[in-house]
Design a protein around this ligand. Structure first.
Ligand SMILES: [Fe+2]
Length: 155
């Protein structure tokens, strides 16, 4: 028995979370496009970049296990559609994300708990990008002029 062999649940979740980051990048890129305020546009653009970074960190694991994600174009269309249907009221956007994002930390930590140790470095990037996003949201909600600072680590 090979104790390093990950479970199907791990592999399925890994693929799903990768897909969600690709979708998220498209979502934030479209939100950035729809918003009017240049500062808000820039912040959602940064969020899209961080999503891209998170997806890119995890992508080698999909290759390692020969997992085929849903096609990028399909994910992009889906992300754009979600942003098209979203409110672009800034305060609502921020408070909505403040409600949903903390749940992803638990999801990512559960993924880490299922992972073979060798997979942990990229998975920690995934968890860290969510922590940075939550930090940004909190600062933004508090009117901190340096709310974008958590994203600087990802440039
Ligand atoms: Fe994300």
């Amino acid at each position: 028995m090979n104790s390093d062999r990950p479970t199907d649940q791990y592999l399925k979740t890994l693929k799903l979370y990768y897909e969600e980051e690709v979708e998220g990048e498209a979502y934030f890129a479209k939100l950035s496009e729809r918003l009017q305020d240049p500062d808000h546009k820039e912040k959602m653009h940064l969020m899209a970049l961080v999503e891209n970074y998170a997806a890119a960190a995890v992508e080698p694991l999909l290759q390692k296990y020969d997992l085929t994600p849903r096609c990028a174009e399909e994910l992009r269309v889906s992300g754009h559609a979600q942003a098209q249907n979203s409110s672009i009221d800034w305060a609502q956007l921020i408070s909505g994300m403040q409600k949903t994002f903390p749940g992803y930390i638990g999801d990512f930590e559960r993924l880490e708990a299922m992972a073979p140790p060798a997979d942990l470095p990229p998975l920690k990037v995934l968890t860290a990008h969510e922590i940075a996003a939550i930090d940004f949201l909190e600062k933004e909600a508090n009117g901190d002029p340096d709310s974008g600072a958590p994203f600087l680590l990802w440039d």
